[in-house]
Design a protein around this ligand. Sequence first.
Ligand SMILES: C[S@@+](CC[C@H](N)C(=O)[O-])C[C@H]1O[C@@H](n2cnc3c(N)ncnc32)[C@H](O)[C@@H]1O
Length: 251
Amino acid sequence: MTTPFTYQFGYSWPVAWGHLVPFVLFGGLAVLGIRRGWRRWLVSASWLLAVWAAAGLLITHFMFRINLPQPLATEQFLASGSGRVVDVGAGSGRATVGLLLARPRITVTALDIYDGYYGIDDNTPERLMENARIAGVAERAEAKVGDARQLPFASETYDGVISVAAIDHLPRAGIPKALAEAARVVKPGGEFLLTIVNADAWAWLASPHAIAHHRPPDRAQWRGLLQASGFEVVEEGTMPGALYFFSRKHP
Ligand SMILES: C[S@@+](CC[C@H](N)C(=O)[O-])C[C@H]1O[C@@H](n2cnc3c(N)ncnc32)[C@H](O)[C@@H]1O
């Protein structure tokens, strides 16, 4: 059975487990308040905060799947079941591993700049490959250091590109460059599954402190950027805390 402890995706303790602090603190206060006969509103408020923290922890792990392989946002992506894919901004491999498990005949090149902090401790190609080994898919994965804005690959070499919570983390000017690079490396008719963070109700419920600086993505703007890069968006939708666009490169 896969649990939040099976893999080593390495999201920092405050990101993955930070809700435990208010859960223990306010849960403890609520219990203490009951024993000592504190005012009802104080005990109720403590319970409420403890319940919120527990909900946040469950959402983070079982809906956002912070320490679990990412399931495919759409079954349409490489429905043929085979091909070569590049994962742009692969990090410690949540999306790479999820894709390799979902499509047992594909190979994935996991590309990341592996520089700077994006919520993952010790974010390295070695960590990604270790996760691929845990999943039993390492022979179909390779990790490469590179920049999404200048992919170190020849044009039209991949059948598909995926990217999860990475291209939307680039400085604004870098986003069209990364989308253009995705279009360049994918074959005509090739597929692109782009997933970005969405400040939806789940994100607000689980992490109001973290999501406060995120505005909900402007769907039309992302669709326009994809089209301007040479993709046709054929499906778009949401997952908890995320928005995805499935598109095909014009033949
Ligand atoms: C929030 S993490 C997401 C990692 C992974 N896709 C996941 O869902 O767990 C964002 C990733 O984007 C990578 N990244 C940021 N800027 C990049 C760039 N210019 N080129 C390639 N990767 C980049 C970071 O190193 C980090 O691993």
